[in-house]
Design a protein around this ligand. Structure first.
Ligand SMILES: C[S@@+](CC[C@H](N)C(=O)[O-])C[C@H]1O[C@@H](n2cnc3c(N)ncnc32)[C@H](O)[C@@H]1O
Length: 235
């Protein structure tokens, strides 16, 4: 079991339930997500229900935990405030299960042609597609190393990388982007997480590492275990 289930007094449970079999949390999570989707009419929540049903192996509860959601809502708000909502093509690198694209695509303040979520892990594209199915051709997930992409040929209007703590050479990667490209970058000071190979200790350290030519937003969002840093600007 992935987490400790609370022990219930049988009196608290549905009186019609007679079995004492362990509950299938996936089934309950699926039912709950479908209910919340019906109540909120959110394509993202509908997508979460689909992911729970079709990809029980996906760590979707981690990708959609309240801290991840807070960091992505922060990104969406500051992006809108600093750059507006009209983008032809957005690339989200290290895009994982495509949560941020789903949040951007269902926000009616934004007019976005297409969001491509690109990740080096070959297991995540299908899950990201499942999550974003409601977006149709406005969303695409693919597998690639962000260091190997041809940024000059594709010329995305905005490049998002909220996984800077996961890549070894942030400045070396930024050097591959054509001058003037708009970027949104996030990193954090969560040094104790083993998959974080390149955390930064402060916002100033992140600013120095990125060396953006123009900065439209620079800020820090404290959470319980770590602080997330974000920069929006051009290379
Ligand atoms: C744990 S996830 C995302 C964490 C981040 N805080 C977020 O939610 O935006 C980091 C992702 O970066 C991806 N990644 C790491 N190195 C990469 C690379 N060179 N190119 C593309 N994706 C990469 C990993 O496969 C993983 O899915």
């Amino acid at each position: 079991m992935p987490f400790d289930m609370p022990t219930y007094n049988m009196d608290m449970m549905d009186a019609t339930r007679t079995d004492r079999q362990p509950t299938d949390w996936h089934e309950h999570a699926y039912d709950l997500a479908r209910g919340i989707a019906a109540y909120t009419a959110s394509p993202l929540i509908e997508g979460l229900a689909r992911v729970i049903a079709r990809h029980p192996e996906a760590e979707i509860a981690n990708a959609f935990n309240h801290k991840q959601v807070a960091c992505k809502r922060w990104a969406r708000e500051k992006l809108f405030e600093s750059c507006g909502g009209r983008f032809g093509r957005i690339w989200v690198l290290g895009g994982w299960y495509g949560v941020l694209p789903a949040m951007l695509l269902e926000d009616h303040r934004f007019e976005i042609g297409i969001i491509e979520s690109i990740d080096i892990d070959p297991h995540v594209a299908e899950i990201a597609e499942t999550l974003n199915r409601a977006a149709g051709e406005r969303f695409q997930a693919r597998t690639s190393d962000m260091y190997a992409l041809d940024y000059a040929a594709a010329r995305p209007d905005l490049v998002i990388n909220s996984s800077c703590e996961h890549i070894a050479d942030v400045r070396g990667w930024l050097d591959k982007l054509p001058g003037g490209t708009l970027v949104l970058l996030q990193s954090n000071d969560y040094f104790s997480e083993p998959t974080h190979i390149n955390c930064v200790a402060s916002l100033e350290a992140f600013e120095e590492m990125a060396g953006l030519r123009e900065v439209r937003f620079s800020g820090a969002l404290p959470t319980k275990n770590y602080t997330r840093f974000m920069l929006i600007g051009t290379v």
